[in-house]
Design a protein around this ligand. Structure first.
Ligand code: ADP
Ligand code: ADP
Length: 233
C-alpha cells in the first residue's frame, strides 16, 4: 500500500527579492516496505524533500499524503505529532545526547509518546537488542565506536515502531567497513518490512537500496529500480 504520495509539490524560498525554487513540482509515490535512496548534487533539493517527507517542513504548493493523511497544510504542532508517530530519523552526525546512556538515548522518543519508565526501558532494550547493542546499554556515546553510535541512533529511530525510517547520509561519518555494517543492518530492517528512505551521495551506498531516485535542480531526473537487490516481500 502507498505510504508516501506527493502531488506536484514545490518549495520556494524567498531570499530578499530572489525566489529560489528548491523543489519544482515533484510527484512521487513510495509503497510501504520500499527501500529508496535519494541522490543528487548539492543544492538539488534532497534536504528540502527529506524535510517535507519527514514532516519538518511543508510544501509551498502541492499536496503530501502520508499514510493516507494530507499533511501539507498542517500547522507546526499537528505536524510534530504526526512526525513523532510516523518517522524515525537517522542523521549523519548521530545526534545522541552525550551525557546519556545508550538506553536513555533510545528511550527518549518514548517520553513524548507517554510510556511509563519501565515500559520505556523495556522497549529501548528491545530496540538495542535488534541492532546488536544490548550489551552496551549503559555506555555513553563517547564510550562507543562510530558504528556503535550509529546503531544506537538507529535503535532510537526504531523504538517507536515508525512507518518510515528517514536516514540522511547515515554513513557520512563512518569509514567504509563500518558503513557496510550499517548497510547490512538496513538490509535486515528492509527484509523485515520496514520502509527506508535515505539520502546519500555515495553510489556504493545507494546500491543497497532497491530504488534509486536522482534529483537535479529541484526535479526528479531519474527513478529506477535497482535490479541487484531482491525484494524480500
Ligand atoms: P541538497 O540537500 O540537495 O543539497 P537543498 O534542499 O539543501 O539541496 O537545497 C535546494 C536549494 O534550496 C538550494 O539552492 C539551497 O540553497 C536552497 N535552500 C535550501 N534551504 C533553504 C533555506 N532555508 N533558505 C533559502 N534557500 C534554501
Ligand atoms: P546537506 O548537507 O544535507 O545538503 P545543506 O548544507 O544543504 O544540507 O543544508 C543544511 C540546512 O540548511 C538545511 O536544513 C537547509 O534547508 C538549509 N539551507 C540550505 N541552503 C540554505 C540557504 N541558502 N539559506 C538558508 N538555509 C539553507
Amino acid at each position: 500500500s502507498t505510504i508516501i504520495q506527493t502531488n506536484e509539490i514545490s518549495r520556494m524560498y524567498q531570499m530578499g527579492t530572489e525566489t529560489i525554487h528548491a523543489l519544482r513540482s515533484i510527484s512521487i509515490e513510495i509503497q510501504k516496505g520500499e527501500y529508496v535512496a535519494f541522490m543528487g548534487p548539492s543544492g538539488s533539493g534532497k534536504s528540502t524533500l527529506m524535510n517535507i517527507i519527514g514532516c519538518l517542513d511543508t510544501p509551498t504548493s502541492g499536496t503530501y499524503i502520508l499514510n493516507g493523511k494530507d499533511v501539507s497544510n498542517m500547522v507546526d504542532n499537528e505536524l510534530a505529532t504526526v512526525r513523532n508517530r510516523e518517522i524515525g530519523f537517522v542523521f549523519q552526525t548521530f545526534n545522541l545526547l552525550p551525557r546519556s546512556s545508550s538506553l536513555e538515548n533510545v528511550a527518549l522518543p518514548l517520553i513524548y509518546a507517554g510510556y511509563s519508565k519501565s515500559d520505556r526501558e523495556e522497549k529501548a532494550m528491545e530496540a538495542l537488542r535488534s541492532v546488536g547493542l544490548d550489551t552496551r546499554a549503559k555506555h555513553k556515546p563517547n564510550e562507543l565506536s562510530g558504528g556503535q553510535r550509529q546503531r544506537v541512533a538507529i535503535a532510537r529511530a526504531l523504538v517507536n515502531d515508525p512507518s518510515i525510517i528517514l536516514a540522511d547520509e547515515p554513513t557520512g561519518n563512518l569509514d567504509s567497513k563500518t558503513s557496510y555494517e550499517i548497510m547490512e543492518l538496513f538490509e535486515n530492517l528492509y527484509a523485515k518490512g520496514n520502509t527506508i528512505i535515505m539520502v546519500t551521495h555515495e553510489d556504493d551506498i545507494a546500491h543497497y537500496a532497491h530504488r534509486i531516485v536522482r534529483l537535479r535542480d529541484g526535479l526528479i531526473e531519474s527513478d529506477v529500480i535497482n535490479d541487484n537487490v531482491t525484494i524480500p516481500h
